[in-house]
Ligand binder design. Structure first.
Ligand SMILES: [Zn+2]
Length: 126
């Protein structure tokens, strides 16, 4: 599976640190769920994926296509996008809410954390 390329990537760790600092508690890389979501909030029935913009085709500046072996890349990207869609649908079918945090947002978008809090609901008081 290609999230960014493996788990525990730098953007993912950064996001997990931010969420933890806000008081959220969660599980990571939950294999029992479709797509092995990166960050899982069991009681909130919420799953968060950290997606690399290149592999998952965010559409931002990082979403370029290598010039050589274009067919190979396009096929690979299409398969990734299709799998992401299937995973989101499978989770929704099981009653999970899904949030995708893009690599570039974690790196540069200050509103991401606010949007995540809105999605998750307030953290429990410590
Ligand atoms: Zn992006």
């Amino acid at each position: 599976m290609s999230r960014i390329r493996g788990s525990n990537t730098k953007p993912e760790l950064a996001l997990r640190r931010s969420l933890h600092a806000k008081g959220y508690r969660f599980r990571t890389h939950v294999r029992g769920l479709p797509g092995t979501p990166d960050v899982v909030f069991t009681r909130r029935r919420a799953a968060v994926f950290v997606h690399g913009c290149f592999w998952h085709r965010h559409g931002c500046r990082k979403t370029y296509t290598p010039k050589s072996r274009r067919d190979f890349w396009e096929e690979k990207f299409a398969a990734n996008v299709e799998r992401d869609k299937r995973v989101r649908e499978a989770l929704a079918d099981e009653g999970w809410r899904v949030f995708v945090a893009w690599q570039c947002e974690i790196e540069t978008d200050d509103s991401l954390l606010d949007r995540l809090v809105a999605f998750l609901g307030p953290p429990r008081m410590l």
